[in-house]
Design a protein. Structure first.
Length: 482
């Protein structure tokens, strides 16, 4: 039955195309006829539409008469959401089902040449939207023969990434454009600007222009979001070398984030967090230590040093990354160990206290296990993002945020609840007898989709879309309900 329906759709599309452009009986080429609006001397009628159910991007055909062929004069909304109009033959309108059209009411409007609505019709039958959590590819081309790519700017369909590593979501306060800043390649070959509104990618600056050594992460300053802090592994791991090179740089929105300046001098770092009150914490590679910035003044060097707070793994050095809870309740610490560490933030003393493993294990081997608390297993959890859970909010819970993290070596996205429940959110789909879990496959998030060592993640709360830096696939992927 489904094959017959799709065949019918295909036949109708061919028919619409034939109306638009065809060949004469003598075999000569007949150019496309210019689009025309509806005929004002004739009535506009709507009879039906089909199909009446489907998923996002399903093609719907509206039947009737005197629609005209100028799609700029045709508007259709499903559930109050504008639907892209693909084409019109005058008696059939082809549209595509948009996201978030759950309400289902189908309303069509026909305009005259001046743009005035001359006919509006709401169908009695509601459209039933089939929703599922889907993974899609947003941008990134790769040579299929060599699996190589470069740093190429341009529209989404043409852009290339070297190996996207880290993502930060931003909404420009002046233009309203939604932009993702991307550290392209671990260590940063370039800082890329992914404009979601214009669907274009540009390069803010190259590594050599910035004067950085080995960038590992970035974050916006929490109080204003007008400063982008760039955390650098400067290669200076010893305490005595803490004044040699910056470990954090900064870039200003007022300069369109194109220039980079030294911000803080300390040992090599991998990430930092800034609380709502402006308190800054950073980590170091040596002994996996966490510091509170600018607490001790070195008279000889005339520079401020950080205060040691704690070591995540005593006498063990590791790459670690830090993530601030949106309500400043605590900080999560991930990294190239196999756990997620939690440190509570004391707002009165402005310091991190009560540090302990939240999920996973610091002492056990890496693995892949969805179980609560310390029974869970990870393999290199990297960037994560907090996302508000509306159910928690309705229940009046204190902590209303889940944490989604890139479990890099497990090639998937994991979800951690405030009480330590661990589950796999997306990836590791389409598994066969070969046991391969990594790859580049779009589709249903758990059953079908695959990633290849994802490392970066950010979230658009308005659109409810996750963006993933799929590192080894050299692409930007999305996860959303469609």
């Amino acid at each position: 039955m489904r094959k017959k329906i799709f065949a019918s759709y295909f036949a109708i599309l061919i028919l619409i195309g034939y109306v638009v452009t065809s060949c004469s009986q003598e075999g000569g080429y007949v150019p496309p006829e210019p689009p025309v609006p509806s005929d004002p001397s004739k009535p506009i009628t709507f009879t039906d539409y089909f199909p009446k159910e489907g998923s996002m991007r399903t093609l719907i055909f509206i039947e009737g008469s005197n629609f005209g062929t100028d799609i700029s004069k045709i508007e259709v909304a499903i559930g109050g959401v504008p639907a892209p109009v693909i084409g019109s033959s005058g008696t059939k309108i082809c549209i595509m089902v948009p996201r978030r059209s759950n309400r289902g009411d189908v309303v069509a409007r026909i305009k005259d040449e001046s743009g005035q609505v001359v006919k509006e019709h709401q169908f009695e039958d509601l459209f039933t939207l089939h929703v599922a959590l889907q993974v899609n590819t947003l941008a990134g081309k790769v040579d299929p023969q060599t699996n190589t790519s470069s740093i190429i700017d341009g529209p989404f369909e043409e852009v290339e990434f070297q190996a996207p590593w880290w993502l930060e979501f931003d909404k420009d306060p002046e233009t309203g454009d939604k932009v993702i800043y991307c550290i392209d390649a671990e260590g940063m070959a370039a800082m890329r600007r992914i404009n979601l509104t214009n669907q274009e990618v540009s390069t803010a600056f190259m590594k050599g222009q910035a004067g950085v050594k080995n960038v590992r992460a970035m974050l916006f300053d929490t109080p204003t979001r007008d400063t982008l802090l760039i955390v650098d592994d400067n290669g200076k791991g010893n305490w005595n070398d803490r004044h040699a090179l910056p470990n954090i740089f900064y870039s200003l929105r007022s300069e369109n984030f194109r220039k980079v300046y030294p911000y803080l001098y300390a040992q090599c770092s991998y990430h930092a967090v800034m609380m709502k009150d402006g308190t800054l914490f950073y980590n170091t590679y040596t002994n996996s230590e966490v510091f509170k910035a600018r607490q001790i003044f070195d008279v000889t060097a005339q520079m401020w040093d950080g205060e040691r707070l704690f070591s995540i793994m005593a006498n063990n050095s590791a790459h670690t990354y830090m993530f601030r809870h949106p309500d400043d309740l605590y900080v999560y610490i991930t990294g190239k160990f196999n756990a997620i560490y939690r440190s509570v933030y004391d707002k009165e003393s402005k310091t991190l206290v009560s540090s302990a493993v939240h999920v996973g294990s610091l002492t056990k081997a890496s693995g892949y296990v969805d179980l609560p608390g310390t029974s869970a297993r990870f393999n290199t959890p990297l960037q994560g993002v907090f996302v508000k859970n509306k159910e928690y909010e309705a229940q009046g819970k204190e902590d209303i945020y889940d944490f989604y993290v890139c479990d890099q070596e497990n090639s998937c996205i994991r979800k951690i609840t405030p009480d330590g429940q661990v589950s796999t959110f997306a990836g590791r789909g389409s598994q066969g007898t070969d046991g391969v879990i990594a790859g580049w496959i779009d589709g249903e998030a758990r059953e079908t989709a695959r990633f290849n060592k994802p490392s970066g993640i950010c979230y658009d709360e308005e659109e409810e879309i996750f963006y993933i830096a799929d590192n080894q696939n050299k692409r930007i992927r999305t996860i959303s309900v469609e």
